[in-house]
Design a protein around this ligand. Structure first.
Ligand SMILES: NC(=O)c1ccc[n+]([C@@H]2O[C@H](COP(=O)([O-])OP(=O)(O)OC[C@H]3O[C@@H](n4cnc5c(N)ncnc54)[C@H](OP(=O)(O)O)[C@@H]3O)[C@@H](O)[C@H]2O)c1
Length: 220
């Protein structure tokens, strides 16, 4: 599959490693430009591109930049993507440590992924936001393995959600349908499922136990 990855840090770098190893055709971008990604290209065989070109022809695009940088992404980022492109959003809001105050999230109760959708002008599939970057490399397991981790996946785009769930399963993780984007607070930072390394049953339970109240240490 043709996959564009925007953000080449902890998550973007490791997804580039895993997805190229599985034989996918990966274009990867960061903010500093393709020349700064020479080592990752050398290691993985991915193609480094400017962010404006990362989505070109892609069936899946991963947006994996700090939330505060989402508004800096170029307009028309997804313009050249394949029809029906599935856009994975791995983002989290860390107001105190990194992102500063985002009024729509703090005051209006907009979910983090809805806010990102509004900036991208495109529906997203929220996935991997509670997965440790290192687990992408170290904890894939075959289907049926009792230690296989489950990843919650939320989206309003059911077709894109199916594509992303299949890709996550190919990466060595189970998935749990976490509903739509208005419900995706269930997997945001501070919830029981966030950072949980567990299988389908425990992840399903943790999603159900979440409270919509944003914890104080996750507020500005
Ligand atoms: N780290 C984790 O374990 C983890 C786990 C789950 C979810 N997340 C979430 O996933 C997101 C990414 O996290 P991360 O830890 O991978 O971040 P990171 O290591 O800080 O990397 C961020 C990447 O985004 C790029 N970037 C920033 N602004 C950009 C722009 N305007 N255009 C293109 N690229 C841009 C950076 O490029 P430059 O370096 O060139 O600036 C860098 O490659 C965050 O929202 C985070 O909360 C992280």
């Amino acid at each position: 599959m043709k996959i564009g990855i925007i953000g080449a840090g902890n998550i973007g770098g490791n997804l580039t490693r895993r997805l190229t190893a599985l034989g996918h055709e990966v274009s990867v971008a960061n903010s500093r430009g393709p020349q700064s990604l020479a080592a990752l290209v050398e290691e993985t065989g991915a193609t480094a591109v400017p962010a404006t070109e990362a989505a070109r022809g892609a069936q899946v695009v991963v947006v994996t930049v700090p939330l505060k940088n989402v508004p800096d992404l170029p307009a028309g980022l997804l313009a050249g993507a394949a029809e029906g492109v599935a856009v994975i959003d791995t983002g989290n809001y860390y107001p105190q440590q990194r992102d500063g105050r985002i009024d729509a999230i703090e005051d209006d109760g907009v979910t983090e992924s809805r806010w990102t959708e509004q900036h991208l002008g495109h529906r997203v599939v929220k996935a991997f936001n509670g997965t440790y970057a290192q687990d992408l490399l170290e904890r894939p397991r075959p289907e049926g393995d009792p230690e296989r981790i489950a990843v919650p996946v939320a989206s309003d785009d059911e077709a894109a959600k199916r594509v992303v769930r299949a890709l996550i399963e190919e990466l060595g993780f189970d998935t749990v349908d976490a509903g739509g984007i208005d419900e995706s607070w269930r997997q945001q930072p501070g919830t029981p499922v966030y950072g949980l390394r567990a299988g389908v049953a425990a992840v399903t339970r943790a999603l159900a136990e979440a409270s919509p109240e944003r914890p104080a240490d996750h507020r500005a």
